[in-house]
Write a protein that binds this ligand. Sequence first.
Ligand SMILES: NC(=O)c1ccc[n+]([C@@H]2O[C@H](COP(=O)([O-])OP(=O)(O)OC[C@H]3O[C@@H](n4cnc5c(N)ncnc54)[C@H](OP(=O)(O)O)[C@@H]3O)[C@@H](O)[C@H]2O)c1
Length: 328
Amino acid sequence: MKVAIVGASGYAGGDLIRLLLTHPHAEVTLATSRKHAGQPIETVHPHLKGFTGLSFENPEPEQIDADVAFLAVPHTAAMNYVRKLLDRGIRVVDLSADYRLPKDVFERVYGVPHIDYFEAPYGIPELHRNEYRNTMFVSNPGCFPTGATLAAAPLARYAHTVIYDSKTGVSGAGDNPSATTHYPNVGDNVNPYKWTSHRHLAEMRLELSRLGSKATGYFTPHLVPVNRGILTTAHILLSEPLSQQEVERIYRDYYKDEYFVRLQFPMLAAVRGTNFCDIRVESEGHRVVAASAIDNLGKGASGQAIQNMNVMFGFDERDGLRGAGVLP
Ligand SMILES: NC(=O)c1ccc[n+]([C@@H]2O[C@H](COP(=O)([O-])OP(=O)(O)OC[C@H]3O[C@@H](n4cnc5c(N)ncnc54)[C@H](OP(=O)(O)O)[C@@H]3O)[C@@H](O)[C@H]2O)c1
């Protein structure tokens, strides 16, 4: 199967190429970049030298030839590609935010008009896979909402309030340098940002309601000096208390068939480079603390995007995603 990666010079695009090297049914045949067109991909991704022979190209959307395209481009860029690919029978996994929210919510949260809206399935496979088997399109969730939602989902319908406190690595901001990601501002430092106004809160709240929860969600992210990973501590406030034994049973039952959710102490290093989400839960009665660890570029982006492609095409969900983490 031919795979096109639009935005292949970015962090998510690079990880898509890396992970797809081991996919039994898929081969990356097109890697796009406007700035690096004509250059071998190892000029940007030196770790991939010798694996593909690919060079970056900069085709018009109408010239893309593939069975499936991953859009690893910023929000608003993706919406220029989607229809042109779908019309030509190319299936699409969109890693951007363009199709994650209802149109009015997207326009309010992102402050731009949506020029080509349609309602799309939201791709957390553990929660929604039956909604997009065999579809042409899936919207890949944000990195924070993935780790946060998986941490809280089993208890969502028992909660009246869920407070997500996340620590993220710097690659979450993409490869464009900024003052926020400048090394002296990040290294040896930790700070909160967008304390009450991060765009991903809208996705988190939507997911709580999709899970049948009446809980109000709150979210504060923090930037920590690591390259990859998101650790989310979800404070789940309950009207009726639940014991440690009860919450452990609820989580075990909820995720009993899920390969990529492991119920164990969450550590960023243990999930680095993988599609796993590690979760541990502890109850003090009316407050349950559920902490999750994901790789923002793995389960938070490219890993989950490949898992979603596998769902759409009916492949084994683990294809291309069988590698273990890197510890220490
Ligand atoms: N980083 C993460 O942890 C993460 C997690 C979840 C979701 N995402 C989402 O995944 C997408 C990619 O993120 P990233 O971190 O990989 O970003 P990035 O490192 O900034 O890379 C963006 C890529 O898109 C290309 N691009 C930028 N503007 C474009 C345009 N108008 N048309 C076509 N190509 C364009 C860039 O190459 P050229 O400029 O050379 O064309 C580059 O290859 C974003 O929507 C992001 O929100 C990222």
